[in-house]
Design a protein around this ligand. Structure first.
Ligand code: ZN
Ligand code: ZN
Length: 138
């Protein structure tokens, strides 16, 4: 049976993001990767499907500000909406912070800074353990 065009694009996006679980990508990066295998896909379709997947709770969308481009990350479990993510500046790997650590941090910021942080929209950048190891060996 022939799949609909829309479903197909969605499958490509899911395939790509789920095989790169601990990284996030812009719509353009996803498009550039998918277009190599499927010339019929256009960027507008990618955006539409990314929105649909986000609505279904499959993808985590991050946008630092209205002027910034959005990035998308595959959600392994629903906890991704409730915890912080660390992102390595060198290799782009995303590391998930535990629920307890996230809650302790949120509580501390709220009591001391009177600020409510949105964990699902926060990536803390730094250097991951693997890259640090490489760095110190040089
Ligand atoms: Zn996560
Ligand atoms: Zn790294």
């Amino acid at each position: 049976m022939k799949k609909s065009y829309k479903t197909k694009t969605k499958d490509y996006i899911l395939d790509f993001l789920s095989s790169h679980k601990n990284k996030r990508f812009s719509a353009k990066e996803i498009y550039d990767s998918i277009i190599q295998d499927n010339k019929n896909i256009n960027l507008a379709t990618i955006y539409r499907n990314l929105q649909a997947l986000q609505d279904e709770g499959v993808l985590l969308k991050h946008q630092a500000s209205d002027n910034d481009y959005a990035t998308y990350q595959y959600i392994e479990n629903s906890n991704c909406l409730a915890h912080f993510h660390f992102e390595c500046k060198k290799c782009g790997k995303v590391v998930h912070l535990g629920a307890k650590e996230t809650n302790d941090f949120l509580k501390m910021i709220k009591t001391k800074m009177f600020f409510t942080v949105e964990p699902q929209n926060t990536y803390i950048t730094g250097i991951c353990n693997d890259c640090k190891g490489v760095f110190f060996e040089i």
